[in-house]
Design a protein around this ligand. Structure first.
Ligand code: PEP
Ligand code: MN
Length: 362
């Protein structure tokens, strides 16, 4: 199949579903039948080799499961995909007749592994999807695409599955949406699929993350689906039954990237008003920095240091406490205050040490 073409010509978001791991022939057949019946799923997923954080977790059934996945796909007339992480996986998967391969997040981080896969794929025309690396490194993600392109693999698609962080209160993998957006700017011809399952880590976040992906104009979704999620051998908390997948899909609102004429005019008006407000923010920031320079002059004349830790901590905490009342996140306020503070120090330094060259701080 030509995956890029299929995704791009799909009028609705391209949907990939299936279990995190293939467990046995009945499990994958059961879920495939339920998914295919809806007519909405275009690609069946199933993990055969599972890269797991801890060695005592289930690491996939291995090559023995390939014919189970292939049979299930054939029975319901859906192409199938699986994750590969080395050249042996590539050879076994292609020999078994897997239609689409994907490189997992833990493999994309490793250029040796990606190069080995690229070399093993040379001379084939199999479509490959590349998940973002687990760390938020756009260049590493792009580098993996370049390695495959250099090996002559042209049918490439990206999967955004979020980025690892320690102990996040909400996400299993934080989305850092700005990274897939930057990816799209750099590689505009590569379709991007959102993987809400691995971003969320739990079922009740799937709808919110899926909607966000669609609102950001992603080309499709990959959602882990299992006949009996709670007893799944991997990623149990984030998998859903086919029935709940369809319920979720029915709740998604599909918005158009290009507004119709009436909406376009209204949107332009709102954007004009936003632009006026942004101008005011600039004026205020500029006035604020002039005030910092006044403080700098006073500090210079009285030989006071620029930075007074206690005062700054008080100012910053006050703003963070105010955040909620203004419907701003404390994370945003913290970042904004830090940025304002840095710029303010630059202005004060300019006044206090006029002969020193500040150009490197700009
Ligand atoms: C998976 O898709 O089951 C998987 C292991 O994903 P990731 O590489 O995103 O962790
Ligand atoms: Mn999984």
């Amino acid at each position: 199949m030509n995956l890029q073409k299929t995704i791009k010509s799909s009028s609705k978001p391209f949907l990939i579903a299936g279990p995190c791991s293939v467990e046995n022939p009945d499990q994958v057949m059961e879920v495939a039948c339920a998914l295919a019946e809806s007519g909405r799923i275009q690609l069946l997923r199933g993990g055969i080799w599972k890269p797991r954080t801890r060695p005592d977790s289930f690491e996939g059934v291995g090559a023995i499961g390939l014919p189970w996945l292939i049979e299930a796909g054939k029975a319901v007339k859906l192409p199938v995909c699986t994750e590969i992480a080395n050249k042996n996986h590539v050879e076994s998967a292609l020999k078994a007749g897997v239609d689409v391969l994907w490189i997992g997040a833990r493999t994309t981080v490793n250029p040796f592994a990606v190069q080995e896969i690229a070399d093993a794929l040379k001379g084939t025309n199999v479509p490959v999807m590349i998940k973002n690396p687990i760390n938020p490194d756009l260049e590493l993600w792009i580098g993996a695409f370049e390695r495959l392109e250099n090996a002559g693999i042209k049918d490439l698609t990206a999967i955004h599955r979020g980025f690892s962080v320690y102990n996040h209160p909400k996400y299993r993998n934080v989305p850092n949406w700005e990274i897939p957006i930057a990816f799209r700017e750099r590689m505009p011809n590569i379709p991007i699929i959102c993987d809400p399952s691995h971003i969320s880590g739990k079922r009740d976040l799937l709808l919110e993350v899926s909607q966000k992906g669609l609102d950001l104009n992603f080309d499709g979704l990959m959602i882990e689906t299992h006949p009996n999620p709670d007893s799944a051998w991997s990623d149990a908390a984030q998998q859903v039954t086919p029935e709940n997948l369809f319920r979720l899909l029915n709740q998604l609102v599909q918005r158009s990237p290009s507004p119709d004429k009436g909406a376009k005019k209204e949107l332009e008006e709102i954007r004009d008003k936003i632009s006026v407000l942004d101008d005011r923010v600039f004026d205020l920031l500029s006035a604020r920095m002039k005030m910092s320079e006044d403080a700098g002059e006073l500090k210079r004349d009285h030989n006071i240091t620029i930075f007074q830790q206690e005062h700054w901590a008080k100012m910053k905490n006050k703003r963070i406490e105010m955040a909620k009342g203004y419907d701003l996140t404390s994370f945003f306020v913290q970042q904004m205050m830090d940025a304002i503070h840095q710029e303010s120090i630059r202005h004060q330094t300019k006044v206090m040490n006029p002969k020193k060259d500040n150009s490197t701080e700009e």
